[in-house]
Design a protein around this ligand. Structure first.
Ligand code: 7PM
Length: 267
């Protein structure tokens, strides 16, 4: 899954057209590089970020959706707002990726009346305050139980389990230690929940803490994290650097299958 942030820093029409153009070019490059899903986000969820007005979020994502409809790859929209979900479902997007786990009133009901996929993510608190003092008694158990409960809630709202995937939400109300505990147990979580797992680690502060590097220099660390997540059983990795991650996954997959064959038929 390639990350496409549509967050123009200029609000003039010139800035808007320029950023739409840039977003489309970036999406085309990610598809060319091997992305299977494009995740379109119009709301900055950076810790402490001010909320984006609803109308502005729609003005950012809708033109990009229309421009990428015929690009040949499934489109996902990263949003917490039922109003945005309704609009993008109407534009026939393939997945809603909600960092809030579809906890907003009415969102599951909206999804029931579509055939759109859902990515249910765990977040403790809200983006404004979540990194202030994250606390858990048992981070793995609490995140797993939350995701299991939200999956059951979705199924009880009339949504088929086959439409769901889950995400532990790295960096969303979690310390480095919490993130590492979750990453180390990703395989168990996949087994226990029985729905496909999505992992988003790309350029996150945990990579920065482990490498001592600022965001623009977190490529190698992010690729390592994506490979590890895939090896643990993650079915989807959400990344900024698609070409590099695809290369790494291809080499790792070839080596892993060769190792598997050697186990079955030793030379
Ligand atoms: C600033 C800080 C901007 C953090 C953007 C972010 C995830 C996601 C995001 C994730 C799923 C980022 C985050 N992260 N959706 N949306 N999983 N499902 O680092 O980990 O891209 S936004």
């Amino acid at each position: 899954m390639g990350v496409l942030n549509v967050t123009p820093d200029s609000f003039s029409d010139g800035g808007r057209f320029a950023s739409l153009d840039a977003a489309i070019t970036q999406a085309e490059q990610m598809i060319e590089a091997g992305a299977d899903i494009i995740d379109i986000g119009g709301e900055s969820t950076r810790p402490g970020a001010p909320p984006v007005p609803l109308e502005e979020e729609l003005r950012r994502v809708m033109p990009v959706i229309y421009a990428l409809r015929d690009a040949g790859k499934p489109l996902s929209v990263d949003t917490r707002r039922p109003e945005v979900m309704r609009e993008v479902i109407g534009a026939e997007v393939d997945m809603i990726n909600d960092i809030n786990g579809f906890r907003a009133e009415g969102s599951l009901r909206l999804l029931r009346d579509s055939d759109c996929a859902l990515c249910i993510m765990h977040m403790q608190g809200d983006p404004q305050t979540m990194q202030q003092d994250p606390h858990y008694e048992d981070v793995y158990g609490e995140v797993r139980d939350f995701l299991a409960q939200r999956c059951d809630d979705a199924v009880n709202a009339g949504i088929s389990r086959q439409r769901l995937c889950v995400d532990p939400g790295f960096g969303f109300g979690k310390t480095l230690e919490h993130n590492l505990t979750l990453l180390g147990q990703l395989g168990n979580m996949q087994d226990e929940l029985g729905v496909p797992l999505l992992a988003g680690l790309s350029r996150k502060s945990m990579i920065g803490k482990l490498t001592g590097k600022p965001a623009p220099e977190r490529l190698a660390g992010s690729v390592a994290a994506a490979l590890f997540a895939a090896q643990q059983g993650a079915r989807i990795v959400r990344v900024h650097d698609v070409a590099e991650t695809v290369d790494a996954l291809r080499v790792w997959q070839a080596a892993a299958s060769a190792a598997q064959r050697a186990l079955i038929a030793p030379q």
